[in-house]
Write a new protein. Structure first.
Ligand code: AMP
Length: 240
């Protein structure tokens, strides 16, 4: 079970949650837990949960709380989470947020920071439909914004096979954005009330966003996952 700080990344599909979680992992050793990745692995493995999840994922809808919570609970007992975790794509519903709080509370823990990546919906379709990733190491790319330095060759591992997610087709992006606005966006208020919300402009450059998130992460690590002091609220990149 996780003993370090627990950070959450909120934001619509295409906001850059995966990219930023990966950078936080590289820089601070936080373990990136993506429920989307865990679900895609379950689908690929053909487990019972994976088969059920596949139907919702192919429709651009949310997978049931029951399945997502079971998959995440299995992962949270991993022995590798001591440095702390960055949850990418979880929670996505109020029920998931409450379940996470309840789970942490049993260990006397709280969320260290919930970071909302704020973006314009209109830019998300272009961002998502250009995405790809190296099939070997998972490094993310974008046709327009971040192509590999040498065309067709992964910058990180030299791999030459690239994948595109099935649900990144433009036709599904609108459904995924709708699910975000109706189910997940209300969590911004939930975490603001708990004084752990940090709103970050995610239309900025990747490096600038990473800088803002790095400060939040460093602070959370320094506090060892304890509650954010109320006196710090209100500053940019801090709870508001
Ligand atoms: P992502 O990789 O985070 O964009 O997730 C891909 C898809 O997996 C989503 O469109 C949902 O169908 C499903 N999914 C991922 N995380 C969750 C979650 N926390 N709750 C419900 N569905 C999820």
């Amino acid at each position: 079970m996780v003993t370090g700080p627990v950070l959450i990344l909120l934001g619509p599909p295409g906001a850059g949650k995966g990219t930023q979680a990966r950078l936080l992992h590289e820089r601070y050793g936080l373990v990136q837990l993506s429920t989307g990745e865990l679900l895609r692995a379950a689908v690929a493995a053909g487990t019972e949960a994976g088969q059920k999840a596949k139907v919702a994922m192919e429709a651009g809808a949310l997978v049931s709380d029951e399945i997502v919570l079971a998959i995440l609970a299995d992962r949270l007992v991993g022995p590798d989470l001591g440095q702390g975790i960055i949850l990418d794509g979880f929670p996505r519903t109020a029920a998931q947020a409450r379940a996470l709080d309840a789970l942490l509370e049993t260990r006397g823990r709280r969320i260290a920071a919930a970071i909302s990546l704020e973006v314009d919906d209109s830019a998300m379709v272009e961002r998502i439909s250009g995405r790809s990733a190296c099939a070997a190491c998972g490094e993310g790319y974008h046709d327009s914004f971040k192509p590999p330095r040498k065309p067709g060759v992964c910058d990180s591992c030299g791999g030459t096979a690239f994948m595109r997610r099935a649900d990144d087709r433009a036709a599904l992006v609108t459904s995924r954005l709708t699910a975000y606005h109706s189910e997940t966006e209300p969590l911004i208020g939930y975490y603001r009330e708990r004084e752990v919300l940090h709103a970050v402009d995610a239309m900025a450059e990747i490096a600038a966003i990473a800088g803002a998130l790095g400060q939040i992460a460093q602070d959370a690590i320094a506090r060892g996952g304890k509650e954010w002091p109320a006196a710090k609220a209100g500053l940019t990149g801090e709870p508001n």
